[in-house]
Design a protein around this ligand. Sequence first.
Ligand code: HEC
Length: 125
Amino acid sequence: MGRKLLISVLVIVGFLAGIFHSCANNNELDLYGVQLCDTTNITWNSKIAEILKNNCVICHGPEVSYNGVRHDSYAAEMVVVKDGRLRGVVNHLDGYFQMPKDRGFLPECELKSINIWLDHGAPEN
Ligand code: HEC
């Protein structure tokens, strides 16, 4: 076997071993720099409150609440869930303001989580 071929084979085997190794340990952590997104059982308490707290409450909370919108309690959230504004603003749908304001879209996993949560009827727990 030529030396180059041998080296190629070793590289491929090493690469595959690396893949299997990381799969075995992939508990929601970085896999080649790709963050996995856990979308099972998304509820207000398990995930959504935290996402909104980190991205929205600064402008929609106890101190400031632009357009009267607050994202710091389930009851308040239900207002914009029911009238469709939450889905409209985070997905930048036509005719809606775009949130988070001046910061583009939420990170992919956060946005996906909110949409899945809405699709499932926005459960609290
Ligand atoms: C830097 C401040 C800021 C942040 C952060 C922010 N908002 Fe807003 N939000 C505003 C302002 C200001 C308005 C009023 C409309 C406008 O001027 O864009 C608004 C309006 C809204 C409205 C009402 C829209 C309407 O049609 O009445 C919703 C719903 C909303 N924001 C949701 C969110 C969500 C969800 C997030 C987080 C993902 C968020 N906002 C983050 C400033 C902010």
